[in-house]
Design a protein. Structure first.
Length: 309
């Protein structure tokens, strides 16, 4: 009898001892399935991914001269950087080879930019640029190689060298390609690159240099190429080269932006060339959930600013 009482007392003392060792705030932890689920959701990352597409970015000629005269290579992006920096990914067309000893000039159609100007892209949070355009090889193969080198050193990805760039954001893989079809037509190998690239990513964005300069309407060729790019795997097609904003279309529910016009350029001689458009795409679970137009205007020389809040 006494043994049973002693054993019971020992068990009570053991339980009390364990209770004293437990954290005092143990009662604060949820015990129901509903509370536990709420606590998990509270720690989830934002499932939305935002991507901004921009038009032509030209960092040479008068843009470079103006920026360096101010000792401020970030000058072209001062009014738009804050918004771009808050975006998950920014993709634009770099219309300028980047070479050492780039001569300063305010005229001519041979473009180049000093490597110092790339700090502006970095400052603005521009992640990926297309170097597939009609000015890419203004300084030949050596200039092209230097451009690749300096972009890589700045940590800025580039497409347009028959390469795919993949960026993984919040568990989704976004792929980027670019082509120049100003002087040539797409080949079977170009479309095969699109197919192969799509098989490796969740969302594929393709930038194309094409069309006629200073024209508000896309050509039949632009429409045909865009249709084929979508059919071979592109989820978004965005165009550059006309320097004017052109229309928007869809194929199979996938958007085509034929030209976003200029983003940073020294073509201050017309309203159309000072006016551009950026596009903000929002993705949720690999699906495009929102498209926002973000107009820009270069009121100050070669310095775009948003014209809507």
């Amino acid at each position: 009898m006494f043994k049973k009482i002693a054993l019971s007392l020992a068990l009570v003392i053991l339980i009390l001892g364990i209770a004293l060792l437990l954290p005092k705030n143990i009662k604060e932890f949820p015990t129901t399935a509903k509370s536990s689920s709420f606590r998990f959701l509270n720690f989830r990352k934002d499932p939305e991914t935002t991507i901004i597409l921009t038009g032509d970015i030209m960092l040479g000629r008068s843009v470079m001269q103006t920026s360096l005269s101010k000792s401020d290579p970030n000058y072209p992006f001062r009014a738009v950087a804050d918004t771009l920096q808050k975006t998950d990914l920014v993709f634009g067309n770099l219309e300028t080879p980047v070479v050492e000893n780039c001569p300063e000039t305010t005229s001519g159609m041979i473009f180049c930019a000093d490597p110092e100007m790339l700090s502006g892209l970095k400052f603005a949070g521009i992640d990926i640029v297309s170097i597939a355009n009609n000015h890419t090889k203004n300084y030949g193969e050596n200039g092209f190689a230097q451009t690749e080198k300096y972009l890589t050193e700045e940590g800025i990805s580039y497409v347009g060298a028959e390469n795919l760039v993949i960026r993984e954001v919040k568990g989704s893989k976004f792929g980027f390609l670019s082509f120049s079809f100003v002087d040539n037509k797409p080949t079977a190998l170009d479309y095969q690159l699109v197919r192969d690239s799509k098989s490796r990513v969740d969302v594929l964005l393709v930038m194309v240099h094409w069309g006629n300069e200073y024209n508000p309407d896309p050509t039949f060729s632009q429409k045909e190429i865009a249709d084929n790019l979508i059919k071979t795997g592109a989820d978004v097609v965005v165009g550059a080269h006309p320097h004017w904003v052109q229309g928007v279309d869809t194929v199979g529910g996938k958007p085509i932006f034929y030209s976003l016009g200029n983003f940073v350029f020294d073509q201050a001689w017309s309203e159309e060339t000072k006016t551009g458009l950026a596009i903000r795409l929002t993705y949720r679970d690999n699906k495009l959930s929102k498209i926002e137009e973000m107009p820009v205007y270069m009121e100050n020389f070669a310095q775009p600013k948003w014209t809507t809040d």
